[in-house]
Design a protein around this ligand. Sequence first.
Ligand code: NAI
Ligand SMILES: CC/C=C\CC(=O)/C=C/C=C\C=C\C=C\[C@@H](O)[C@@H](O)C/C=C\CCC(=O)O
Length: 257
Amino acid sequence: MNFINQVAFITGAAQGLGKAFTEALLKKGARVCFTDIQGEKGQKVESDFKGKYGQKNVLFLTCDVSSSQNLKNCFQRAVSTFGGVDIMVNNAGIVDEENWKNVININLVGALEGSMLAIEHMRTDKGGKGGKIINIASTAGLTGVFFTPFYSAAKFGLVGFHRSWASNPYIGQLGLQFGCLCPAFTDTAILYPKSKSQYDDDFKKFIGQYGVNKVETVVEAFLMLVESENCNQDIITVTAQDGIQYHYKENLKKSNL
Ligand SMILES: NC(=O)C1=CN([C@@H]2O[C@H](COP(=O)(O)OP(=O)(O)OC[C@H]3O[C@@H](n4cnc5c(N)ncnc54)[C@H](O)[C@@H]3O)[C@@H](O)[C@H]2O)C=CC1
Ligand SMILES: CC/C=C\CC(=O)/C=C/C=C\C=C\C=C\[C@@H](O)[C@@H](O)C/C=C\CCC(=O)O
């Protein structure tokens, strides 16, 4: 599938998974507004991507998802530049258990605000063209993680939001699809937080035991969601042990939701 005429908006994308998602969509012909709180780094990536994928197909904006106004302004700028947004990817995230309210504000509130901007813009009953809202959660949003409880709480919240919207019986009439990506540990900078906790050795053991995903595998899973004709209610997990696994609505029903 190619994404000609499709526009994506991606948060937290100057590096790591967000950058890789941006490039994967650009390669397939989408126009992409990628954003990040790290302005300088994002601008360098923008200049590289413009060279590779065309000046008119790429836009970088400095954006802090924990500021409602900043996120709203950036989203509107993407709409005015590209004529609309069809795929919203709430990807920005941090690990910082000491400053846990930042974790909630960025990983949960930022993703919910991004989702709400996209819902209001895309919903067909309000004049939108429909679209996909992809939330980047984590397996930490499906199972407790003793060394990062706040991170896990934020990701559980995001999975709950995804499942709630995805199970809305009127979702088809709104033209919206909700997909959720839940990778386990993946080889990016987030695995090396600046401060260490008392659980650092446990964390290393954990990683040693379960392994670490390659970024390419997580990108493959991401593309399965965005390329699907209808990804609504899909949750995809990616683990080093079991690879990419789909969890359809039938599986959600089994958990009595
Ligand atoms: N790498 C991993 O092991 C896993 C990562 N994830 C999730 O994937 C997403 C991407 O993370 P990675 O690429 O792995 O890490 P990363 O640390 O390489 O990238 C995170 C990006 O988010 C940006 N960011 C941080 N605070 C921000 C803010 N307030 N506003 C806007 N951007 C902000 C950072 O500048 C950075 O570019 C995160 O939501 C993370 O929780 C999920 C499961 C596993
Ligand atoms: C089953 C869990 C699957 C995925 C987890 C995930 O989504 C991403 C985790 C990313 C990083 C985890 C880093 C853990 C680092 C260790 O050194 C811990 O001991 C550190 C704990 C807290 C960080 C200290 C802080 O920043 O306050």
